[in-house]
Design a protein around this ligand. Structure first.
Ligand code: FAD
Length: 380
């Protein structure tokens, strides 16, 4: 058993961290205030190979492992978890197309997705179905030319911003087996968007409803086989959960590093506040929590890479553990900054807001427990 990163993995981490510090961190607050990420960032991200992190090399992707990809998200989140998490969603979509799409679809769309000339969104949630995603109602009727879509997707990261939408829609009867995945390009007739959601965190990312009113989609834009869309959507989520955990980890690590520095400078009662043992213990607890989270996350990623039978359970456990650890740590870091932690200039309050949603999306942390409990009960 080897817990060390290889030289190549360290290089991947360093490249992502340096890019984040250079091209994202200086702008994170401006982009948050603007409510959008400049589109011209993405081709630069694509040039580093981050637009198709685990898209196969045969399809033009970087062909990295899931473990390698978590390093990229951990490192980029040190600059801004909202931007890093947006990239995770794009990668989840690109991987779905690479794994399940027809050769024609892959040839048509993957090169631009990998280079990030096009940015992709993932559309599963609806106003009436979130955790119970298989209850989705958006209907796709088959016609001679393809499909006609009617319905609404809710909370879509990149809604009205992205260039294409990977949409889970109902082509058959009730339940997961009636769901198919379709690739819907921006500009499709009958595709429109709700207003931008006003959110607690992840404010740099536009979030909006995606609406279909007799939206026309070509038959060739079906991803894989009709009726298998829910399976594809869930397959994408195991990796998405790892990435989102990595985003919590990187952001929390940044907050801890910054807090260590702050505590050496801030004085109270005639000494720097890092001299109070009660506060040193809090620092120690945070370090323990983050190291445990990192080890657990990398183990889950390794399981997914190995195709281990319990990989889904480990991805769910890691997601629950790491995202809660990350939120706890950034909240403590805010506390250790005193009143200054509450001010936007210090950057910590943004992390508290950004990380909160990691406990809600890619499956809520309650649903992560449902998955773990189901495995426990099935295998007793
Ligand atoms: C900022 C943001 C961005 C998002 N981006 C996307 C996106 O890009 N694409 C996309 O498809 N979706 C996206 N989502 C949606 C997200 O995935 C859902 O919000 C999430 O799955 C929860 O669904 P819900 O909000 O309908 O909550 P509900 O499912 O209504 O859950 C409400 C509460 O009940 C709990 N609960 C539900 N069922 C159970 C159960 N069986 N056992 C125990 N507890 C349960 C939940 O954990 C939660 O606490 C985004 C959400 C947000 C906030």
């Amino acid at each position: 058993m080897d817990f060390a990163l290889s030289e190549e993995q360290s290089a991947i981490f360093d490249m992502a961290r340096d890019f984040g510090q250079d091209r994202i961190a200086p702008h994170a607050r401006t982009w948050e205030a603007a409510g959008t990420i400049p589109k011209d960032l993405w081709p630069e991200v694509g040039e580093l190979g981050f637009g198709g992190l685990y898209v196969s090399e045969a399809s033009g992707g970087a062909g990295l492992s899931r473990l390698d990809a978590t390093l990229v998200f951990e490192a980029l989140s040190m600059a801004c978890p909202s931007v890093a998490a947006f990239l995770s969603i794009h990668n989840m979509c690109a991987k779905m197309i690479d794994s399940f799409g027809s050769d024609d679809l892959k040839a048509r769309v993957l090169a631009d997705a990998v280079s990030m000339k096009t940015v992709l969104s993932y559309c599963l949630t609806e106003p009436g179905s979130g955790s119970d995603a298989a209850a989705l109602k958006t209907r796709a009727e088959k016609t001679n030319a393809g499909y006609v879509l009617n319905g609404t997707k809710a909370f879509i990261s990149g809604g009205s911003y992205s260039d294409a939408y990977v949409c889970m829609v109902r082509t058959g009867g009730d339940g997961p087996k009636g769901v198919s995945a379709l690739y819907v390009e921006d500009g499709a007739a009958g595709l429109s968007f709700g207003g931008l959601e006003d959110k607690m965190g992840w404010r740099a990312q536009p979030t909006a409803q995606v609406q279909f009113d007799d939206c026309q989609v070509a038959a060739e834009n079906l991803i894989g086989i009709e009726g298998d869309g829910f399976k594809y959507a869930m397959a994408g989520l195991d990796g998405g959960r790892l990435n989102i955990s990595a985003c919590s980890l990187g952001a929390a690590q940044t907050a801890l590093t910054q807090t260590l520095q702050y505590m050496s400078e801030r004085k109270a009662f005639g000494q720097s506040i890092d001299q109070f043992q009660a506060l040193q213990f809090r620092l120690a607890d945070m370090e323990i929590e983050l190291q445990a989270a990192r080890t657990f996350l990398r183990q889950a990623a390794w399981k997914l890479d190995q195709g281990a039978p319990d990989a889904t359970k480990f991805c769910a456990m890691a997601k629950k553990f790491v995202t809660e650890a990350g939120s706890k740590v950034v909240d403590q870091c805010l506390q250790l900054h005193g009143g200054y932690g509450y001010l936007a200039d210090y950057g910590i309050e943004k992390l508290v807001r950004d990380l909160r949603v990691h406990q809600i999306l890619e499956g809520t942390n309650e649903i992560m427990r449902v998955i773990v409990a189901r495995h426990l009960l099935a295998n007793r």
